[in-house]
Ligand binder design. Structure first.
Ligand SMILES: Cc1cc2nc3c(=O)[nH]c(=O)nc-3n(C[C@H](O)[C@H](O)[C@H](O)COP(=O)(O)OP(=O)(O)OC[C@H]3O[C@@H](n4cnc5c(N)ncnc54)[C@H](O)[C@@H]3O)c2cc1C
Length: 448
């Protein structure tokens, strides 16, 4: 039997947990068992079908493991005996561990739609060979239907139109694409960009059946509309991959995620930790578990888990939920609560908005208008969330908002924010939109 101090099961967050463990406990032997031969950059998957050109250009290099002294075993863990602290692999090998980290991630949600198992209907799996086959299959496609207008759906739609003269239709059940993630005004902007890219959008539309023989030939909507389709992509979300954890007797919580505490330690075994999509996540704002699954959260949790394996040092403050995307050249980002979420949580809030070019003067080449919307708690002035659209700087500006939220800054704090500015790189210091939006929220906040 093979022996290791720390055994990690997983890919993206597994690598991060392993590296974190080696950084904090360099004398520990870390072994990573991974089902997939190659780890894809999950967020880059839609770009395989356009910008990056293939799965081979979208991988996390295994060299990261080697350079951090982590042993990699490409196999699937099929049994965990927690009493004996032994994991059995599909290939028959057994490994004894001192500490075990579950980072087994998530798998795509397959909706119970008639016809969903037809040829050329593809859930978005994070698998190298599979995604390569989808890319090959796309060569002969004329009509692509994407079910789901969330991040995955709209990014796929935008990318699949690039360099292909095909009809791409996004079918979304809610009144807006990206509605779960953004407020209406940003959804509307995103939909406009998507339409300008030649994508057809059908909102308020439920898919009733995927039609055809062996292979898909169409999609029927609940209102009777028939769409032609020779390929369907399912972009409606993911579910945690926790069958093995369940089989090993670990307690599962919200939506079948592994129950963990703030140290990422499992509830019912002090030697088992979990991180990433397979682990339960408390909201930063309410402490209640939430269903957000993001690579950025997964890796943050993995760093915490890795650092706590032999001494409890870091705590998970909860999921702020920060993400960004790019649609037909325009970037969108959200950190924390949207106005929709603040409303649904019955919070008393105040909004501040601002717009400014992301260069100064605005006439600089490639200048882009940035729109910022900030949400503050009315009674305390603490920032609850922010949404931004604009150029590439939106990605890092959204991350700045996350830092403000995590440190519970108030509108008054943000008004005094000292930013660095440069004509080619940022908005003007007179009109820096995060600061302006905070300034504009102050008066309504003080008006009782
Ligand atoms: C198309 C797409 C786009 C996305 N875009 C973004 C984005 O822009 N930003 C963002 O933050 N997030 C994005 N996400 C979400 C992100 O991909 C996930 O949150 C992230 O992959 C979670 O990482 P993880 O390590 O927890 O799980 P996973 O990435 O699911 O990895 C789990 C790994 O565990 C392995 N495994 C599972 N079971 C076993 C076993 N029994 N034995 C051994 N190995 C096992 C799997 O093979 C896999 O390699 C996107 C997701 C998709 C699908």
């Amino acid at each position: 039997m093979k022996q290791t101090d720390v055994l990690v099961l997983g890919g993206l967050s597994g690598i991060t947990a392993g590296i974190s463990c080696r950084r904090h406990f360099p004398d520990k032997k870390v072994t990573l068992v991974r089902k997939e031969g190659t780890v894809l950059i999950p967020c880059g998957i839609p770009y395989i079908y356009g910008t990056v050109g293939g799965p081979q250009n979208n991988v996390v290099p295994d060299g990261l493991l080697e350079s951090n002294g982590i042993e990699l075993i490409k196999d699937e863990a099929v049994e965990v005996d927690r009493a004996k602290k032994v994991v059995t692999l599909k290939g028959g090998e057994t490994i004894s561990y001192d500490k075990l980290v579950f980072a087994t991630g998530s798998v795509p949600l397959i909706p119970p739609i008639p016809g969903v198992d037809k040829k050329n209907v593809f859930p978005v799996k994070k698998e190298f060979d599979y995604l390569g086959k989808v890319l090959d299959g796309m060569k002969s496609v004329k009509n692509l239907v994407i079910i789901g207008g969330g991040f995955i759906g709209v990014e796929f739609a935008d990318e699949c139109r690039k360099g292909r003269d095909i009809t791409v239709t996004v079918v979304e059940a809610l009144p807006r694409c990206l509605q779960m993630a953004m407020d209406d005004e940003f959804c509307a902007e995103a939909e406009t960009k998507l339409t300008e890219a030649g994508v057809k959008i059908l909102v308020n539309s439920k898919v009733e059946a995927i039609t055809g023989g062996d292979s898909v030939s169409g999609v029927r909507l609940a209102d009777g509309t028939e769409l032609k389709a020779d390929m369907v992509i399912l972009g409606i979300g993911a579910v945690p991959n926790t069958e093995l954890a369940k089989k090993s007797g670990l307690e599962l919580g919200y939506r079948n995620t592994i129950k963990v505490d703030r140290y990422m330690q499992s509830y019912n075994d002090p030697d088992v930790f979990a991180c990433g999509d397979c682990a339960e996540k408390p909201s930063f704002f309410t402490g209640r578990p939430i269903g957000v699954m993001l690579a950025s959260i997964a890796t943050s949790e993995a760093r915490i888990a890795g650092s706590n394996l032999y001494s409890m040092t870091h705590q998970n403050c909860g999921t702020v939920s920060v993400f960004s995307t790019m649609i037909n050249g325009r970037a969108f980002g959200v950190a924390g609560l949207t106005e929709r979420l603040a409303k649904s949580n019955a919070m008393r809030y105040v909004i501040g908005t601002a717009e400014s070019p992301d260069t100064h003067p605005g006439g600089m080449p490639n200048s882009c208008l940035t729109k910022v919307k900030l949400i503050f708690a009315k009674d305390t002035g603490v920032i609850l969330g922010g949404s931004i659209s604009g150029g590439k700087s939106v990605g890092e500006m959204t991350n700045v908002l996350s830092a403000c939220i995590m440190h519970r800054m108030t509108a008054d704090d943000i008004v005094q924010f000292q930013m660095g500015t440069h004509p080619a790189l940022t908005s003007s210091p007179i009109a820096y939109p995060i600061v302006t939006a905070a300034c504009k929220a102050l008066l309504p906040m003080r008006t009782k």
